[in-house]
Design a protein around this ligand. Structure first.
Ligand code: FES
Length: 275
C-alpha cells in the first residue's frame, strides 16, 4: 500500500516519487490532487498528480522541500510505505477539443501539475503550446515529458541559462501579441505571483485563463480554511471547489497575503523538526 517505487532528486530541493497506488491511478483525471501523510502523526500534504499509469498502478508526485512535512517525505526512500495516500481529490480540469490553440504555462514546480492537463488536451487532438519556466536551467523540470505532451514547447529561465531569458508571463504576452486570435484557452500553474502576472496578460487580450490554486492548500479537506479564496466576490475553498478557477475572477492579492500569514509557524515547525 502506497509504497515508494521510485525516488529521484531533481535539484537541491525538488524530488519526484512514483507511488504504488492502483486505485488512485485508475480513477485519477487531469487536474486532480492527492493528500498524503508521510509518517504516523505527520501532517497532511496535498500534491497535484504529475503523472499516472493505470496499467502499472502508480501515481507520480513532484514536490519541493519547503517545510517540515516535505522534508520528512524527501528523507523517505524506495521501498518505504507512506502512512496515508488518499485521492484523487478535487474537481478535474474541464478539458475538451478546442478549435483554436491552447496555451499551457508551468512555472517552477507548477510544471508538474500542468503536465497531465497538457497531455490530456493533446490526446483530445488539441494544438497545445506549452511555456515552461524556472529561475535557472538547473531548476527546470520535466522538459522531456512536456515536449511529449505538447505540440510546441517554449522554455524560459529568469537568468537566460536555458531557452528565452525572462518570465513565463513575458513569453505569454509576446505570444498573444501575434497569436491571440488563434488562442481559445490558457492554463497557468505556478507560484501565485506568476499566476497573477499571467492572468493580467490574458486579460489584456481578453483571453480566458484557468489557474490552479493547489499551492495554497494545507489540509485539503475544506476544514482548515487556509485555502479560502475570493473568486468573483464569493468565498471559495481551493481544495473542494477547485483547485482550478477562472483566473480573471481570483483575488490574488488577498490570496498572497493569506499565504504569508503562516510563514512564521511553518519556519518554527521546520526548525523543531531539524533540531
Ligand atoms: Fe484546508 Fe482547503 S486546504 S480548507
Amino acid at each position: 500500500m502506497a509504497r515508494i517505487l521510485k525516488k529521484e532528486q531533481w535539484s537541491d530541493t525538488i524530488f519526484s516519487m512514483l507511488i504504488e497506488a492502483k486505485d488512485v491511478a485508475k480513477a485519477s483525471k487531469a487536474g486532480q490532487f492527492i493528500i498524503l501523510i508521510p509518517k504516523e502523526h505527520g501532517e497532511r500534504v496535498p500534491l497535484t498528480i504529475a503523472d499516472s499509469s493505470k496499467d502499472e498502478g502508480w501515481v507520480q508526485i513532484v514536490f519541493q522541500v519547503v517545510g517540515k512535512s516535505t522534508l520528512e517525505l524527501s528523507r523517505m526512500n524506495e521501498g518505504d510505505e507512506l502512512y496515508s495516500f488518499v485521492g484523487p481529490l478535487g474537481m478535474p480540469s474541464e478539458v475538451e477539443k478546442f478549435s483554436g490553440k491552447v496555451i499551457m504555462i508551468g512555472g517552477g514546480i507548477g510544471i508538474a501539475p500542468i503536465h497531465p492537463i497538457a497531455k490530456t488536451l493533446k490526446d483530445l487532438g488539441n494544438h497545445v503550446v506549452s511555456i515552461i519556466g524556472a529561475r535557472t536551467a538547473d531548476l527546470l523540470i520535466m522538459e522531456d515529458k512536456m515536449k511529449e505532451a505538447s505540440t510546441e514547447l517554449i522554455v524560459a529561465t529568469d537568468d537566460g541559462s536555458k531557452g528565452k531569458k525572462g518570465f513565463v508571463n513575458m513569453v505569454l504576452e509576446e505570444l498573444l501579441a501575434t497569436e491571440a486570435d488563434n488562442v481559445d484557452r490558457i492554463w497557468a500553474i505556478g507560484p501565485p505571483i506568476m499566476m497573477k502576472a499571467c492572468t493580467e496578460s490574458a486579460k489584456k487580450f481578453n483571453k480566458p485563463i484557468i489557474v490552479s490554486l493547489n499551492p495554497i492548500m494545507v489540509d485539503g479537506t475544506g476544514m482548515c480554511g487556509a485555502c479560502r479564496v475570493t473568486v468573483g466576490g464569493k468565498t471559495k475553498f481551493a481544495c473542494v471547489d477547485g483547485p482550478e478557477f477562472d483566473g480573471a475572477l481570483v483575488d490574488f492579492d488577498e490570496l498572497m497575503a493569506r499565504q504569508r500569514q503562516y510563514k512564521e509557524q511553518e519556519q518554527k515547525a521546520l526548525e523543531l523538526y531539524k533540531a
